[in-house]
Design a protein around this ligand. Sequence first.
Ligand SMILES: Nc1ncnc2c1ncn2[C@@H]1O[C@H](COP(=O)(O)OP(=O)(O)OP(=O)(O)O)[C@@H](O)[C@H]1O
Ligand SMILES: [Mg+2]
Length: 263
Amino acid sequence: MNDVTSPHGVVVAVANQKGGVGKSTTTVNLAAALVAKGERVLVVDTDPQSNATSGLGIDRRTVEHSIYDVFMGERPLDEVIAPTTTKDLFVVPSSIDLAAVEIELVARYSRERLLANAVAHMEEKFDTVFIDCPPSLGLITVNALTAADEVLIPIQAEYYALEGLTQLLRSIQAIQTNLNPQLKIEGAVITMYDRRTTLAAEVTAQVRDHFGDTAYTTVIPRVVRLAEAPSFGEPIESFDPKSIGAKAYRSLADEFRRRHGRA
Ligand SMILES: Nc1ncnc2c1ncn2[C@@H]1O[C@H](COP(=O)(O)OP(=O)(O)OP(=O)(O)O)[C@@H](O)[C@H]1O
Ligand SMILES: [Mg+2]
C-alpha cells in the first residue's frame, strides 16, 4: 500500500500467471473508472493475446506499431501510445509478434529492464500507468514487475483460486531482491464473485486471511455485461455506466485512489 501523496503517477503491473482470472478486464475497467474520477491513465498491453488492446477499441489487425517495437528497441514508448474512445485514456497496443519476444531477446543485454527503461518518464505524464501482463511468469512479466512501482493481483473467486499464488509471491520476492527493490504489492482483488455460491465466500475469506489489508474491500461480481463490453471495444464505464459491473469498478477506483492519497 502507498499512503504517500506523490506528485508523480504510479506504475501498476496487473499480474497473475493464472489464465483468465480477470487481469485484462480489471486493467481496462479500473483504468476507465479512474479516468471518470478525473485521472489521466495509460494502459500498456504486454500480452500477445491483445485483450486489453481490443477491449479499448483498437482493432489488433490494424495495429502498426506496438509494444513489440518497444521491446525490440525500434521505437520509444511515446511513439506507440494511441488514444482510445475514452478521453484521457490511452493505450500502448500489443500484437501477436510479442509471442516470440522471449526468444528474440534471449541474448539482449539487460533484457529484464527493457520495459522499465521504456516507461521511465511516463509517471510525469499520467496519473496511473497499468501494465496488463500475460498469464505466465516469463520474461515479459519479469519486465512488467521490474518496471512497476506496485503489483495488483486479480484473484478469481473459484476453487483453485489460491493455487499458484505461492509461485507468484515467490517471483515477486525474487524481483524485489534482484531487480526492483521498490516493488510493493498494491492489492489483491477478488473477481468474478458469484454470491449464490458459498465457495465464493470461502475463497474471499481465504484471500482476506492471506493478504490482510492488502486485499481490496471491493469485490468484482460475475456479471455478463463485463464479459460483453470488450466485444464492443468499450470499458464498462462507457458501455453501461449504470450497470453493477461499472459500479464495482468505480468502487475499486475509489479504494485505489484512497490508497494512493488521492481521495
Ligand atoms: N467480473 C466478470 N464477470 C463476468 N465475466 C468476466 C468478469 N471478469 C472477466 N470476465 C470474463 O472472463 C474471461 C477472462 O477474463 P480476462 O480476459 O479479464 O482474464 P485475464 O486474466 O486477463 O486472462 P488471460 O490470462 O488470458 O490474459 C473473459 O472472457 C472476460 O470477459
Ligand atoms: Mg488478459
